[in-house]
Write a protein that binds this ligand. Structure first.
Ligand code: BT5
Length: 328
């Protein structure tokens, strides 16, 4: 006895995409299943966020698809030449993509492995802070890198990811973000993206680095909690148009790939120059909070290792390795 064929949602979507109205009869014939089976699939696709109109005595029409992250479409779009994204895993829901990437890297995940999630339940910021990560609207991404670097040079990778995010924002929206040292991207003074790089190292060499990237793409005003440390925004709020998560992810991974290749070939110099074009602090006074200390003075640029350089009142140049900066 032959087994009845199971229609997958993917088979059905293939027929509906780009076809206008498709009759239930044609779908049932093409897929070799009953019209009731087609209807059941339509109901489950609708509950997954697809808008499928049923037009009486005509058929079905795919009106809108949810903005899903799809591993195989991402891989196809990146092609085999990209190191970043040679392996991509998309989660529906997870605690933190950085925590997941860290444990995958401990188990030997190859360089260029990328984890993405629709939603994070305990998205991480720096110093144990929280990163708001609602479902369906933003980008939460972690990349495994295995650079041949001494551990003290690993912070340079934060600058590399900041430049890649800034470029991806420019390419997808036409808007120019500003980078605030070391890990914030701002639009009109509001935080639109944050970076969290985590490292595993021995004394003299990096084992791996996880580049953690959170970008507020389509987050709506009411989705931001009222108690954020700094004002926040999203690309949707700034540009007035929704950004496809899939397209943004492709653009970001391409930019990261390009920047990382250049970093490996030419070192930190070009990254540092690119970073300076987006930096919002040149020629301005900054205040840096680190631990319990607050320093204030003119911003003098970044050092060869990424440290922030500021001039103190006695004329001395202070190197700041970590802290929270406010541009005054
Ligand atoms: C950061 O920390 O900006 C790093 C954020 C990194 C998030 C990514 S998402 C993918 C990957 N997986 C993770 O678990 N994390 C990374 P920090 O500079 O400490 O900023 C955190 C502060 O920003 C919080 O204390 C809030 O005040 C504010 N904040 C939280 N969520 C925000 C959001 N979605 N947009 C803007 N600001 C936010």
């Amino acid at each position: 006895m032959s087994m009845p064929r199971r229609t997958t949602a993917a088979d059905l979507l293939k027929l509906l995409r780009g076809s206008g109205i498709v009759s239930g009869e044609l779908l049932s014939r093409e897929l070799g299943v009953s019209r009731t089976a087609i209807w059941k699939q339509i109901v489950s696709l609708r509950s997954a966020g697809y808008r499928i109109d049923a037009l009486p005595s005509q058929g079905y029409c795919l009106a809108a698809e949810p903005d899903l992250l799809d591993e195989s479409c991402l891989r196809d779009a990146l092609g085999s030449a990209c190191l970043i994204g040679r392996r991509i895993v998309c989660y529906g829901e997870t605690g933190s993509t950085n925590a997941d990437a860290f444990s995958l890297a401990e188990q030997g995940a190859e360089e260029g492995t990328v984890l993405l999630a629709d939603r994070q339940l305990s998205g991480k910021g720096r110093l144990g802070r929280r990163w708001e990560s609602p479902a369906g609207v933003n980008l939460y991404c972690s990349v495994v890198l295995r650079p041949e670097l001494p551990p003290y040079e690993a912070p340079q990778l934060t600058f590399l990811s900041a430049v890649a995010v800034a470029r991806a924002i420019k390419a997808t929206t036409g808007l120019q973000p500003a980078i605030k040292w070391p890990n914030d991207l701002l639009m009109n003074g509001r935080k639109v993206a944050g970076l969290l790089n985590e490292m595993n190292a021995e004394t003299d060499r990096v084992g791996f680095v996880i580049l953690g990237i959170g970008v507020n793409l389509n987050m709506r005003a009411e989705q931001f909690p009222s108690d954020l440390r700094t004002p926040a925004t999203s690309l949707l709020l700034e540009s007035g148009s929704a950004v496809s998560r899939q397209l943004f992810a492709i653009q970001l991974l391409r930019e990261l790939d390009q920047e990382y290749r250049r970093f490996q070939q030419e070192g930190f110099g070009p990254v540092r120059e690119d970073w300076a074009c987006y930096c919002n602090a040149f020629g301005r006074e900054v205040q840096v909070e680190m631990g319990g200390t607050t320093l204030r003075g003119p911003f003098m640029g970044i050092d060869h290792d990424g440290a922030l350089l500021m001039q103190l009142s006695e004329g001395r140049i202070e190197r700041v390795l970590s802290g929270d900066v406010t541009v005054i």
